[in-house]
Design a protein around this ligand. Structure first.
Ligand code: SAH
Length: 368
């Protein structure tokens, strides 16, 4: 019988020494045979994302893309890209709303999905089978076509691997995954020389015990996307949960079928995610204009979600109308996803106007 993911990781650690939290997180989420996203569909079972809460979320994202595309002079061909599309619901709702807002949008349109999980790809294929536009899948952003693009990513960056560092009496140390005497995974501290200058720049006057998270892969992807936007024009809409502009302390959490569990206890069984530090992403974005991050509730209200809900309620029966109201509150109220979730946009400079949902004063200027 093949060794389990836990056994393989433990064997790796015995042979090579501790592994970074990023390496552990990547394996726990994407390992081909046991990774959390590689096996089955956790969406709707362990947690519910905004596009699964209501069709309104994907519809408004689609209309946002059409609006940017119109203001850019309707470039064709154009790519509609989604990173980590999950069940494909956002894209399906976005395409339907976009088609009714602007039939011309579909003419030169191709959909490109960046998805690492084979089982979620199959689900996306089923959801988008009758979407009426060509759909292509990619392992990573690097193979996306060189065209103008409109990109959306909801709860994608929170799943990208993090590294953590702690400030100790001996200076900065990396928090890595090692093995305890009883064979379970445990955090151990090791040298962090190669990140020293970056950590000192991030935290002025660290207190002993302070923890900082960084996300190298998210920064690499952001650099790549902003490079593509500035070269070929377009926009990216990033939605995720996080504190806003600053790196957080230890925000790694593991969510399984029955709620939160110890982050290192069940590789592959629980979803591992961590707060997104939008400030770090905005700072590595190249030659583009960045807006936000702003609270999801403000963004969706400005795009007209309250009116959209009202319209849907008019055509619904009583039970459905109640569901629509509940979904609306969940998406925009502070007790739901309205404040913890943030929205940030990167737009190519040729857009020359503020993208809808944002104000000029929300232009990112590097202050954190
Ligand atoms: N956007 C969806 C799903 C969010 S879950 C929604 O809002 O419902 C995270 C998604 O990102 C899953 O589809 C997962 O398989 C994918 N994913 C996670 N890490 C990835 C990576 N490194 N490369 C590509 N896709 C990844």
């Amino acid at each position: 019988m093949n060794a389990s993911l836990s056994e393989r990781l433990a064997c790796d650690i015995r042979q090579r020494g501790s592994i970074g939290l990023d390496e552990y997180m990547r394996a726990a989420l994407l390992d081909e045979s046991e990774g959390y996203y590689a096996v089955g569909s956790p969406l709707g079972r362990d947690f519910t994302t905004a596009p699964e809460v209501s069709q309104m979320f994907g519809e408004l994202a689609g209309l946002w893309c059409v609006d940017v595309w119109t203001r850019l002079g309707e470039p064709s061909p154009v790519s509609l890209v989604e990173l980590g599309p999950g069940r494909g619901s956002l894209m399906s709702d976005a395409l339907r709303a976009a088609a009714s807002a602007s039939p011309a949008f579909g003419n030169g349109l191709k959909v490109h999905l960046v998805e690492a999980s084979a089982s979620l790809r199959r689900m996306q294929e089923r959801t988008l089978g009758d979407a009426g536009v060509p759909v292509h899948w990619h392992e990573s952003v690097e193979s996306l076509p060189e065209t103008p693009m409109l990109l959306v990513a909801n709860e994608f960056f929170d799943a990208l691997p993090v590294r953590q560092f702690a400030y100790t009496a001996q200076g900065w140390r990396e928090r890595r995954v090692g093995l305890a005497n009883d064979g379970t995974f445990t955090i151990c501290l090791e040298g962090a020389a190669e990140q020293e200058s970056r950590l000192c720049a991030l935290v002025d006057d660290p207190a002993e015990g302070e923890v900082v998270e960084i996300r190298p892969e998210a920064e690499r992807i952001t650099r790549f996307i902003s490079g593509r936007l500035s070269k070929h024009s377009g926009a990216a809409l990033l939605v995720d949960y996080g504190s806003g502009m600053r790196p957080s302390g230890d925000s790694l959490s593991a969510l399984g079928r029955d709620g939160f569990v110890e982050a290192l206890s069940h590789p592959g069984i629980a979803d591992l995610s961590a707060w997104v530090d939008f400030g770090s992403l905005a700072r590595v974005a190249g030659d583009v204009d960045v807006f936000g991050p702003i609270p999801q509730g403000s963004f969706l209200r400005r795009l007209g979600i309250v009116e959209r809900a009202e319209h849907l309620r008019m055509h619904a029966d009583e039970a459905q109308a109640r569901e629509i109201s509940t979904a609306l509150s969940r998406l925009i109220e502070p007790e739901g996803m309205g404040v913890l979730f943030k929205v940030m946009a990167m737009v190519s400079r040729d857009l020359q106007t503020v993208p809808s949902g944002f104000l000029d004063a929300e232009r990112f200027n590097g202050d954190a």
